[in-house]
Design a protein around this ligand. Structure first.
Ligand code: A3P
Length: 338
């Protein structure tokens, strides 16, 4: 009798040990079961409000991408936004260049900014700032220590891209438009019968009776491509070291090195990695990868350019040669533009 009681107790003990081992194995081998559990509920609303009001706020930008229009400003902004210590204003703000916005005051400007934690850098981009005469002084008055970024590309290509954007906008709104060549080239009065005579390929007029169409210096998109004129104005208010010039063509070819330089200029801990970029063959440009999500810029960036005959393009390049040299002298850097 005693033996049978002892035997049953031993069996019971063995069963319990087996059950315990089984349960442990099950827990260790199925971590995904956590995913089946309901998510942890968010903290109560009052706790959220306290945390937000203590830590995050809308702050004036510590850095501004001032231009150039069609230079790659959106790409640069989105790429800087990969950095965990950077928050960007998603839309262009146009505070310093549009009087109706500027009149609204700094409170309005601040309200356009994203919420940031202390120590994070707020960045906005408005390419119209670069060419608007009053902007450098206004920016300086807001904060003379603000860091400025200027992304440039070949000004001839920029002009064609600028025209292409205007053309798309006009087509969308069913508005009339003129071909680029008509806007870019002036026609001399005595030229009516000499429309298609060549200039010898160097963009210079050669003698009587030959083709006399020349670049119209008043064309707005060309004015925006005279970088030295606008850069000079910025230098009247900001020291050269406070303006970081990004090479737009280099950013297209290989974004990472340009981003690394920008991080250094902004005194950010290097956090952007080459793995944040991958070349998308369909788009024909680098796209961004962040937290497992990838993102390409929208179709208005990198679209085919409006046509411009090679001869007219050469004239444009010839016209820009001197302005480009002046710009190189101002920035202390040369670029391989046409
Ligand atoms: P194109 O459309 O002429 O090719 P912005 O943002 O200042 O308007 O500049 C637009 C330009 O950004 C585009 O001009 C394109 O060349 C350039 N760009 C640079 N990096 C890009 C990227 N990763 N994806 C798309 N466009 C990019």
């Amino acid at each position: 009798m005693l033996w049978s009681v002892l035997l049953s107790l031993l069996l019971l003990l063995l069963l319990q040990v087996q059950l315990y081992v089984c349960l442990r194995e099950l827990r260790a081998s199925t971590p995904s079961t956590l995913a089946l559990l309901p998510p942890v509920p968010p903290p109560p609303v009052h706790a959220n409000i306290t945390a937000t009001s203590i830590s995050t706020a809308q702050r004036l930008p510590g850095a501004i991408i001032i231009g150039v229009r069609k230079g790659g400003t959106r790409a640069l902004l989105e790429m800087l936004n990969l950095h965990p210590d950077v928050e960007v204003a998603k839309a262009e703000v146009h505070y310093f260049n549009l009087d109706e916005n500027y009149r609204r005051g700094l409170g309005w400007y601040r309200a356009q900014m994203p919420f940031t934690l202390p120590g994070q850098l707020t960045v906005e981009k408005t390419p119209g700032y670069f060419t608007a005469p009053l902007v450098p002084e206004r920016v300086w008055e807001m904060n003379p220590a603000v860091r400025l970024l200027l992304i440039v590309r070949d000004p001839a290509e920029r002009l064609v891209s600028d025209y292409t954007q205007v053309l798309h906008n006009r087509l969308q709104r069913h508005k009339p438009y003129q071909p680029l060549e008509k806007l870019l080239l002036l026609k001399d009065d005595d030229d009516d019968n000499n429309d298609d005579v060549d200039d010898g390929g160097d963009g210079v007029d050669h003698g009587k009776g030959r083709h006399r169409r020349r670049i119209d210096p008043g064309y707005k998109a060309l004015q925006r491509s005279l970088y030295h004129v606008h850069f000079q104005r910025w230098l009247e208010h900001f020291p050269r070291e406070q303006i970081h010039v990004v090479d737009g063509e280099a950013l297209v070819r290989d974004p990472y090195p340009e981003l690394r330089k920008a991080e250094r200029f902004l005194e950010l801990t290097p956090r952007i990695k080459p793995s944040n970029f991958y070349f998308n063959a369909t788009k024909g440009f680098y796209c961004l990868v962040s937290a497992g999500h990838d993102k390409c810029l929208d179709e208005s960036k990198g679209r085919p350019h409006a046509p411009l005959r090679p001869r007219a393009f050469r004239k444009l390049c010839h016209f820009l040669r001197e302005p480009n040299k002046r710009f190189f002298n101002l920035v202390g850097q040369t670029f391989t533009w046409c």
